[in-house]
Design a binder for this molecule. Structure first.
Ligand code: SF4
Ligand code: SF4
Length: 188
């Protein structure tokens, strides 16, 4: 069965925010509301060699493009009282706008702050892999516009898919697999 996901290579990401802009444009999001964000991150440390006293560092700064993780066990779906939030056949987490009553339970439940409420409609929304009502965008707006080719969209259930080959080759991992089982894999 199809299980859609993203592969994102953070070593290629330049932080240009094209994915954020493409997503906002594709979904006509209001000012101040976005499905996707690109954050600045840092990792590594300085260490002193006890023998020589010399300092060495592996500190680096990088960018992280984040949005809904399309969790395998989504908290947002569990708390939704109207079943507006649901798991689609392709494993993506979708929202039926007609059923959403704007209670925001899903916003409180999501550990990633992935959801926003549209002021004009009162409906809660998020990344839906650019679904057009029946099927996902092919590719979603953020993938086709990424200037660095840092993103791959595809079927995690197909061992021969481009996304699975990239995950295996670069040992990509979800960002926070201790919170939920995410379908977004990153190279850091
Ligand atoms: Fe990074 Fe690509 Fe998004 Fe630019 S469009 S910020 S390179 S992921
Ligand atoms: Fe739901 Fe948040 Fe997981 Fe997306 S990241 S599926 S909104 S709990």
């Amino acid at each position: 069965m199809t299980q859609l996901g993203f592969f994102i290579d953070l070593t290629k990401c330049t932080g240009c925010q094209t994915c954020t802009v493409a997503c906002k444009d594709a979904h006509n999001l209001e000012v101040g509301r976005n499905f996707r964000k690109v954050l600045e991150a840092e990792s590594g440390t300085w260490k002193q060699d006890r023998a020589t006293g010399a300092w060495h560092q592996d500190v680096r700064a990088y960018y992280v493009s984040i949005s809904c993780n399309h969790c395998a066990d989504p908290a947002c779906v569990k708390v939704c009282p109207t079943e507006a939030s649901h798991v689609a056949e392709d494993g993506s987490i979708q929202i039926d706008k007609e059923k959403c009553i704007g209670c925001k339970y899903c916003m409180a439940a999501c550990p990633y702050g992935a959801r926003i409420v549209q002021e004009k409609t009162g409906v809660v929304e998020k990344c839906r892999f650019c679904w057009d009502g029946e099927k996902p965008g092919n590719p979603p707006a953020c993938v086709g516009t990424c200037i660095s080719g840092a993103r791959i969209f595809g079927d995690l259930d197909d061992p021969d898919s481009e996304i699975n080959q990239a995950i295996a080759k670069y040992h990509a991992q979800p960002l926070a697999d201790n919170l939920t089982v995410s379908k977004i894999y990153y190279v850091r």
